[in-house]
Design a protein around this ligand. Structure first.
Ligand code: GTP
Length: 350
């Protein structure tokens, strides 16, 4: 089965991390997102993957080129951002009679076989996966009848007026015929354009809900952090790269932990990390490769990319630090935000 993965967006909500790193390459518990995503597709029987790319395509293509896989990969690069629908239309010459389409920023375990089963059973033109969320106001809410046929597609409704908490999970199964409804060579959104159009013409448009499977859109800083923590806590049943040296503490190669340092699980320390005396790391901390946490520093609910240096007595809580960030001695980060690669954090609280 064939899949088209949309990885061309700017990832503005993950800035400044995405100024230099495309959203598809951000590490999720120390594994690039796209690596986890392709693992998911291949485990679900996908053997031909087309990547629709736009913004910063090279790091994604280079990473995938190193992967040892039986699946066939193809890349389509847009000259201008075409939005979700335009990107699908742009890949038309490579697409089969039936194919899956994915937003390339979702971390999930939704089983594709079930979508295919419903799609065939209903004779659908498009079948869309749904997932429940607490606050549907930032998503496309989907209303169905008892047969699973889509009745309404409400993009980002106010929380109080949302007709359901089941949202578009960004996974679709299409019959090729649907491409006839997408205009060529121009930006076009499936959510705002194609799906309302299918409802208008009464096309067989079905949905299937997955209330019990893990699903998270990693496109926002808070959700990006959550995805990392869900893997550490086991809420997202996905592999952790590292050796579990005590319950909930995973470490890579050549990690040095000083005897008086405190590691509170769950914690993941990448290759070559150094945790100095009296430093405290965790609970909930993901450290990339060669991160140094100096004496008396504190790292909690944080995701630190490779080569970050946390100064003596510094405080790093509820944040993401891009590659090679430096937190000066005794400085504190601002919580609930991301720092771009190479930033120097000097703010010392009084
Ligand atoms: P924000 O800028 O933060 O909204 O992120 P985004 O545009 O990267 O992602 P959004 O959630 O709006 O889009 C959903 C998926 O479609 C993401 O995986 C994007 O990479 C992808 N996408 C969005 N626009 C384009 C586009 O113009 N071309 C391609 N190929 N993919 C796109």
């Amino acid at each position: 089965m064939q899949a088209l993965v949309l990885v061309g967006g700017f990832g503005t909500r993950l800035r400044p991390l995405t100024y230099h790193v495309p959203k598809a390459m951000v590490p999720i518990a120390n594994v690039p997102f796209i690596e986890r995503f392709v693992d998911y597709l291949e485990a679900n029987g996908i053997n031909h993957i087309i990547f629709a790319m736009g913004y910063l395509p090279d790091p994604i293509a280079n990473h995938l080129a190193k992967r040892n896989s039986k699946a066939k990969y193809e890349f389509v690069i847009e000259d201008q951002p075409l939005d979700t629908g335009g990107a699908i239309k742009n890949a038309e010459s490579l697409l089969n009679e039936r194919f899956f389409v994915f937003n390339g920023d979702i971390l999930t375990t939704i089983p594709l076989s079930e979508i295919l089963r419903i799609h065939e059973q209903k004779g659908a033109l498009v079948t869309i996966a749904l997932t429940p969320v607490d606050d549907p106001s930032r998503y496309g809410v989907v209303v169905t009848d008892e047969d699973g046929r889509v009745k309404a597609f409400v993009e980002k409704p106010p929380k109080e007026t949302a007709p359901s908490n089941l949202i578009n999970a960004g996974i679709y199964l299409y019959e090729r015929e649907v491409l006839n409804y997408i205009p060529e060579g121009q930006p076009y959104s499936v959510e705002r354009g194609l799906y309302p159009k299918l409802l208008e013409i009464g096309a067989p448009f079905y949905a299937v809900a997955f209330p019990n499977d893990y699903w998270l859109d990693i496109g926002k800083v808070e959700h990006y952090m959550q995805a990392n923590f869900d893997i550490l806590s086991g809420k997202a049943p996905l592999p952790i790269v590292g050796k579990e040296i005590q319950k909930g503490v995973w470490v890579g190669e050549n990690v040095q932990i000083a005897p008086t340092a405190k590691i509170e699980p769950p914690v993941l320390l990448g290759d070559g990390c150094v945790i100095e005396d009296e430093a405290k790391v965790g609970p909930l901390a993901v450290l990339g490769k060669r991160v140094i946490v100096k004496e008396n520093a504190f790292v909690h609910k944080a995701v630190l990319w490779d080569e970050c240096v946390i100064g003596k007595g510094a405080n790093v809580e509820r944040c993401v630090l891009g590659f090679c960030c430096q937190v000066e001695d005794n400085a504190s980060v601002e919580p609930d935000r991301a720092y771009g690669c190479g930033e120097r954090i000097t703010l010392v609280s009084v």
